[in-house]
Design a protein around this ligand. Structure first.
Ligand code: PMP
Length: 305
């Protein structure tokens, strides 16, 4: 399975993995009403795990819950402690953390508001999300025939469980056609993001990324922009079409699970010479260092005990 651990935090306490269950009539399972996060902890110089930018992830989780009207009584501090407890209980040196808030069993139907709301946090070991070869050589992308949700159809800022069926369709289609990942366009035809990653292109030394309009505002995206600007590299948030990737000097994508991966090809067109360019390699290496507590100016962005 790959998602095993010793304990899962569920509704306020750590429970053994096999006991963290819900009923098949859980409301969220039927209608996709839930919000989640994906967070990573890395081994720090002291040998203990530390969580990268936990507060921004929890802020987005709380905002997702607010948007979807999933009321719960936990404070940000409670959930921060719960994340650290989950890590400690499972003794993982590095882990992916998955908080999920969802509606439980009670009444059925769309207008239901009084069902219990469950809050769980799991941890597991997750290696290269896009596959090691794609990570090392760069990802091969295909423009998806599935369009990213219109903002008035599904909230863009929220990581809503049900929204991800759109991303799954895109990912399946890309994989079926022999690609590593899908490039999703918005309803205007501009580049939005990957199925689970934000996108960057480089041209003449300037880095471009779509603005926070039709994308999930990624925590890694912000980290990458912070790192680039700290290196004196200009970053512009700007709309562009898929042809900007066809003609880019470099392109890369990033996300908590995928980390920073170069893009080698889009729609059978190699990006530049098909190798990962200097800015991609630089930001990838610096991000890998930052999350492991090896960049002093970002050490304060790691939460640990
Ligand atoms: N876009 C989508 C659709 C995602 O699911 C993710 C992963 N959460 C991202 C972008 C990247 O966001 P982050 O860097 O916060 O993981």
């Amino acid at each position: 399975m790959g998602v095993e651990s010793d304990f899962i935090w569920m509704d306020g306490k750590l429970v053994p993995f096999a006991e963290a269950n819900v009923h098949v009539l859980a409301h969220g399972l039927h209608y996709g009403l839930g919000v989640f996060e994906g967070i990573r902890a890395y081994t720090q110089p002291n040998g203990r795990p530390g969580i990268w930018r936990l507060r921004p992830h929890l802020r987005r989780l709380f905002e997702s819950a607010k948007i979807m009207r999933l009321h719960h009584d936990y404070s940000m501090e409670d959930v921060e402690t719960a994340c650290l407890d989950t890590l400690d209980a499972n003794h993982f040196p590095e882990a992916y953390l998955r908080p999920l808030i969802f509606t439980g069993m009670g009444a059925m139907g769309l207008g239901v508001r009084n069902n219990p709301i469950h809050f769980m946090i799991a941890a597991w070991k997750w290696g290269a999300y896009v596959g090691q070869e794609a990570m090392d050589r760069g990802v091969r992308l295909k423009t998806s025939s599935f369009v990213r949700h219109h903002p008035n159809a599904a909230p863009q800022r929220a990581k809503v469980v049900g929204n991800y069926c759109n991303n799954i369709l895109a990912r399946y289609e890309a994989a079926d056609d022999g690609y590593d990942e899908a490039l999703m366009l918005d309803h205007h035809g501009f580049v939005a993001e990957g199925s689970g990653e934000n996108i960057f292109v480089v041209r003449d030394g300037v880095v471009f990324t779509p603005p926070e309009m039709n994308i999930l505002p990624g925590i890694t995206r912000t980290s990458v922009m912070d790192i680039l600007r700290h290196e004196g590299i200009e970053v512009r948030e700007q709309l562009f079409g898929r042809d900007a990737l066809y003609t880019a000097d470099e392109a890369f994508m990033c996300g908590t699970a995928a980390e920073v991966s170069g893009i080698r090809e889009l729609d059978k067109r190699p990006i530049a010479d098909g190798n990962q360019g200097p800015i991609t390699r630089k930001v990838r290496d610096l991000y890998a260092k930052a999350v492991r507590g090896q960049l002093e100016w970002l050490a304060g962005d790691i939460t640990h005990r």
